[in-house]
Design a protein. Structure first.
Length: 283
């Protein structure tokens, strides 16, 4: 599932393509993808509205729209789920089989495609109200992180996936952050000492910014059945431009540790794979 860096890169990519574009038509091909908003309500609210901006909150895309008639701006929440894609394509291009929602922007279409339909676009923005601070923002402080961890006996890797701790952190980057901070993923969250918390606090934004930097170098090609350049998995022959090749431990079991040469290990935590160096990240 795309995490904070991938969603941030996508938001930066889409923003100039849809900004100030008027929605001239809406083709809802999969109403389930709008839940809990109905197709009728969605079309009524958005038809004729103008995309004013696009931002990210955690793993969510937040579309800001101005109504057709003068009125208060409103928001649409976008979430990619596991297989969602959002992109702008020429009207000459055939719509993909799993296009869930298609926005007519005039000369081009803005398409939300999702073949497993776990993602959504909705007028319900309540999910972001439950999120913790942005790990790249000023509100994410060492004191906040310490307070969030001291109440939990969960392994620190699992606790990092709690979106009230650092909004947008997911399975891939949690392993990377802990490796950078030299903290065992099996250590209970409330057992981290002050030094470890400070190291983790530094590693979290450092890891995310690095991922955003490399993800931003990847050309996104979604339409016409071409390779879509899913930068969070590194699907490309030109591997040096993709972040996947720069991951230090994730999905590298048996490979030598970047720091010490010890083989990277994989364990399962909460039904998800965790990757770490048993020497650099001693419990």
């Amino acid at each position: 599932m795309p995490e904070l860096p991938e969603v941030e890169v996508l938001a930066r990519h889409l923003r100039p393509l849809i900004r100030n574009k008027i929605i001239r038509g809406i083709n809802v091909r999969r109403e389930k993808s709008l839940r809990p908003t109905s197709a009728k309500e969605f079309q009524k609210q958005l038809l004729g509205a103008k995309f004013k901006d696009l931002s990210r909150r955690g793993k969510y895309l937040l579309f800001e729209l101005q109504p057709k008639l003068s009125g208060k701006k409103f928001y649409v929440l976008g979430h990619l789920g596991m297989t969602g894609r959002m992109y702008v394509a020429s009207k000459n291009e055939k719509l993909p089989k799993h296009a869930a929602v298609v926005f007519d922007l005039g000369e081009r279409n803005f398409i939300y495609e999702d073949y497993r339909y776990f993602g959504r676009m909705s007028l319900d923005v309540s999910p972001i109200e439950r999120l913790g601070p942005e790990p790249l923002g000023k509100e994410f402080t060492p004191d906040f992180l310490a307070a969030a961890l001291k109440r939990s006996r969960q392994p620190i890797k699992i606790k990092l996936l709690d979106q009230t701790v650092a909004a947008g952190v997911g399975n891939i980057y949690a392993s990377e952050m802990l490796f950078r901070a030299k903290i065992s993923p099996k250590l209970a969250a409330n057992k981290l000492n002050a030094t470890q918390i400070k190291k983790l606090w530094r590693a979290i934004p450092e890891t995310l910014r690095r991922a955003i930097h490399f993800g931003s170098t990847v050309p996104l090609k979604f339409a016409s059945g071409k390779s879509d350049g899913l930068f969070y998995f590194g699907h490309s022959n030109d591997g040096e431009n993709f972040y996947h090749e720069r991951l230090l431990v994730y999905d590298l079991p048996g490979k030598p540790c970047f720091n010490c040469g010890t083989k990277i290990r994989r364990i399962t935590q909460a039904a998800r794979g965790t990757f770490f160096c048993p020497r650099c990240q001693k419990a």
